[in-house]
Ligand binder design. Structure first.
Ligand code: ZN
Length: 284
């Protein structure tokens, strides 16, 4: 496993970790100053802005963009809604290309309003992913499916398992030496899965690990969306999962992504960045 103390450039910050308190330009500078090698901005900070200027600023700060978060949810109640969701994602993929993002991170969505048909939602996800893969290839952007913990199956992601994500990759892209469709592993979502080790090994063997997100699962958790913990503060064996990914061949960024309304989002961003740096070394 890589020694992150010696490789701060392998560490990235997802800007959601910092609570969107400051303008993105300030965040870019702060992340670079803190010694990170990568920054993953969110669409809410990018869309409607001068994306080329943001990309330039990130480059000039010496940072790379491991991933661009996140997709518009795919499942919809009707065909027109589905196609509108695909179109929104096409525009975001174009922005991801401008940013130089290594991948477009797909959080696929859950059940459309009024639906109880999760199989139909999953079918829409598979169809939408195939459409977006073609668009991503045309723009030079890889597509990373991020399975979410099943607690979100209804409203955020009917895709829950790494193994399910790999099945979608296989069905759409088949075996590929240099795949454009892969997975983003987030310890918050996959730590509990008894099939995790085998799925990570397979993802690595297929060269489909496109991203690795870290945080921790607090006990108790007050809010499954916005009460995530700093690495080392919860029950996830983060180093073990990183070991599995790196043993499977993953060499990309280790990206801190912490949604924490009651704690980290209330702290000055310089303090949060310093703690992230320390915990990447001591607890990741
Ligand atoms: Zn994530």
């Amino acid at each position: 496993m890589r020694e992150l103390a010696a490789q701060p450039g392998a560490c990235a910050i997802n800007t959601a970790t910092l609570g969107f308190q400051a303008p993105l330009t300030d965040v870019i500078d702060a992340v670079a100053r803190a010694g990170f090698g990568g920054i993953a901005p969110w669409r809410r900070e990018v869309e409607g802005q001068d994306v080329g200027a943001i990309a330039r600023r990130i480059r000039e700060a010496g940072l790379k963009v491991p991933g661009y978060c996140r997709s518009t949810y795919i499942p919809a109640t009707d065909r027109a809604g589905f196609l509108a969701n695909i179109e929104a994602n096409r525009r975001a993929i174009a922005d991801a290309a401008t940013l130089g993002a290594a991948s477009f991170v797909m959080v696929v969505g859950g059940l459309p309003a009024g639906s109880k048909d999760i199989a139909a939602a999953r079918a829409q996800v598979a169809e939408g992913t195939a459409l977006l893969l073609a668009h991503g290839k045309a723009h030079g952007v890889r597509i990373a499916l991020e399975p979410l913990h099943p607690v979100y199956a209804a409203d955020r992601s009917c895709l829950s398992l790494v193994s399910e994500a790999l099945a979608i990759c296989d069905a759409i892209e088949g075996k590929a030496d240099d795949p454009w469709l892969g997975v983003c592993l987030d310890v918050y979502h996959i730590w509990w899965d008894p099939g995790r080790g085998a799925a990570i090994a397979r993802a690595g063997a297929e060269r489909r690990i496109f991203g690795f997100h870290v945080c921790d699962w607090l006990v108790p958790t007050e809010d499954v969306l916005n009460d995530r913990g700093m690495m080392g503060d919860g029950v996830i064996d983060v180093p073990q999962i990183r070991r599995e990914a790196e043993a499977a061949g993953y060499t990309g960024f280790i990206e801190v992504e912490i949604f924490s309304a009651r704690n980290w989002w209330k702290r000055p961003i310089g303090e949060t960045l310093a703690v992230c740096r320390e915990r990447l070394v001591s607890a990741t």
